[in-house]
Ligand binder design. Structure first.
Ligand code: SF4
Length: 109
């Protein structure tokens, strides 16, 4: 009989649940400079969160969840003036940042 204990955090996990989900969803801003037909997100000007508030949200993810990746989304996350710092902060916590953007250099988000 094998007496070793399996560390479930090292396994690929399905189904994902709210507290055990490989990807958590961070919205640094709800602002966007496009208006896509299928968008479900309200476009809110001046909605950039502060770095302090973003850190608090990351703290909650790490305290309440088993998570590996942070999906940075919005709105247009590249519109946030501190988007590089956000990515850096996520990486410094040992999490994998995923930037969800429409990828348009002209539109910036
Ligand atoms: S780019 Fe994304 S957030 Fe902006 S309007 Fe389109 S779907 Fe919505």
């Amino acid at each position: 009989m094998n007496s070793s204990v399996t560390d479930h955090r090292k396994l690929y996990r399905l189904p994902w649940t709210l507290p055990d989900n490989a990807i958590s969803w961070l919205e640094p801003t709800a602002m966007c400079n496009l208006s896509c037909d299928g968008c479900y997100r309200s476009n809110e000007k001046n909605s950039h969160k502060s770095i302090g508030d973003i850190k608090k949200e990351l703290d909650v993810f790490q305290r309440k969840r088993i998570t590996d990746c942070i999906s940075i989304t919005g709105g247009g996350p590249l519109l946030h003036p501190e988007n590089v710092e956000i990515v850096r902060e996520i990486k410094s916590r040992g999490l994998k940042p995923i930037l969800n953007t429409k990828g348009s250099a002209l539109s910036g988000g």
